[in-house]
Write a protein that binds this ligand. Structure first.
Ligand code: FES
Length: 137
């Protein structure tokens, strides 16, 4: 058995988009964005590096093109395998990587900064527009 917390079956991690799970950290409840490429599962905090309160996966899978995640707010591109922003307002920045491992068909959370809560996104109040502002001045 792998060290770490069992999260989801590796078959539930998509290759053409992402899926999110909820974790707890010192900063509260957060989302991880999981993606499978080249037989490996990568986990990133679901936070654009332009405005870190903006999720890249809005809850129904990140938009992807040619192996890169696209932030729909201002069009930043992030390499799915490295997390590096290749284009956009945060070019050169990296998504925050979270340690996971795959064993016996299951994805395990091995990053001690986080505790697994469950699959799916954090419920957001659709009437709370204050927390999604991304206006630039
Ligand atoms: S918030 Fe993602 S590119 Fe601006």
């Amino acid at each position: 058995m792998a060290a770490g917390e069992s999260m989801i079956p590796v078959g539930d991690v998509p290759t053409e988009t992402t899926t999110v799970v909820r974790v707890e950290s010192d900063d509260g409840t957060e989302e991880l964005m999981l993606h499978r490429t080249d037989g490996t599962v990568h986990a990133w905090l679901n936070a654009c590096q332009h405005f870190t309160h903006i999720p890249i996966d809005k809850g129904d899978g990140a938009v992807m093109r040619d192996g890169e995640f696209i932030c729909q707010n201002h069009g930043a591109y992030f390499e799915a395998a490295s997390g590096r922003c290749t284009f956009g307002p945060c070019e050169g920045a990296y998504l925050e990587s979270v340690d996971v491992t795959v064993e016996d068909g299951t994805v395990y959370l091995t990053d001690e900064r986080y505790v697994y809560i469950g699959p799916g996104p954090i419920e957001r109040d659709p009437t709370d527009l204050g927390s999604t502002s991304n206006v630039e001045f």
